[in-house]
Write a protein that binds this ligand. Structure first.
Ligand code: SAM
Length: 248
């Protein structure tokens, strides 16, 4: 069952009404377009993501639907607007790229926009602790190498937060948690390829060419090793996503 299927099941027979996708992208938009909504607003901090989301939407937006490029740090963003349902799908981890060290404000910032339900989808951090098993160590190594390359290349990597942290923040922000699900992850070829491609692109223009070459070598080795294990094991089983349903 996908994370979106879980979210749909958690919502049950409640109407969707007006929906805010507070950190939009192609996947959450694809899911949202299949719901029966009165209207939707999709927010992103990035023009490139807005374009990708528009491509997903095609001609399926109604007059009352819109994609907004803005930053939740801006108090004017959607000021005074309320939605029956607010979805924060992998938003928290990405906040570091748009509003570093502001993550503790996110749920309080979204709170006045939530009429009935807030759904949070997030990822338990997997770069922090070194796992004991082979597949865990591979996922951990990919995450660490990716983040190292992003930092060397001048980017800010995502910063994921544990479920416990999110539950504490939701409480502080005035939400009552109705349901929590921890969903085990099996990473596939797409994860290995996309994360290592990201790492490789980040160091493409490093002035220190010897360092760049050494890192590209490490990326190639890790890619070959991880893809071999994905083939052998049918994926890399490691870590959890979480889905939270909360109410104001
Ligand atoms: C990982 S992407 C979301 C994934 C998305 N739901 C999907 O379908 O794959 C994170 C989204 O949150 C947005 N975002 C992160 N921090 C933000 C902020 N401070 N203000 C507005 N949008 C933000 C990003 O621009 C991006 O659209």
């Amino acid at each position: 069952m996908s994370l979106y299927d879980r979210l749909t099941a958690l919502h049950g027979d409640l109407p969707w009404g007006a929906v805010l996708d507070a950190g939009t992208g192609r996947a959450s938009m694809r899911w949202l377009l299949d719901r029966t909504t009165e209207r939707w607003t999709a927010v992103t901090g990035s023009h490139a993501m807005a374009e990708a989301t528009q491509a997903e939407i095609g001609d399926r937006a109604r007059e009352q639907d819109r994609v907004v490029v803005g930053n939740w740090m801006d108090p004017e963003l959607l000021a005074g607007e309320r939605f029956d349902v607010v979805v924060a799908d992998y938003l928290l981890g990405a906040v570091e790229g748009f509003a570093p060290y502001w993550q503790d404000r996110l749920f309080a910032r979204l709170r006045p926009h939530v009429g009935r339900r807030l759904y949070v989808i997030g990822l338990e951090p997997y770069v922090t602790w070194r796992p004991d098993d082979e597949t865990g160590r591979l996922v951990h190594a990919i995450g660490r190498l990716r983040d190292s390359c992003l930092l060397l290349g001048g980017d800010r990597p995502y910063r994921e937060y544990p479920l416990d942290w999110v539950l504490r923040q939701l409480d502080l922000a005035g939400f009552r948690v109705r349901d929590v699900q921890r969903v085990p992850i099996r990473y596939g070829e797409r994860f290995v390829t996309s994360q290592l491609d990201l790492a490789s692109r980040a160091i493409d223009t490093l002035p220190d060419r010897a360092l760049a070459a050494a890192l590209q070598g490490r990326i190639a080795d890790l890619r070959a090793h991880a893809l071999a294990v994905v083939n052998r094991e049918g994926g890399l089983r490691h870590g959890h996503d979480y889905v939270i349903a909360a109410e104001p």
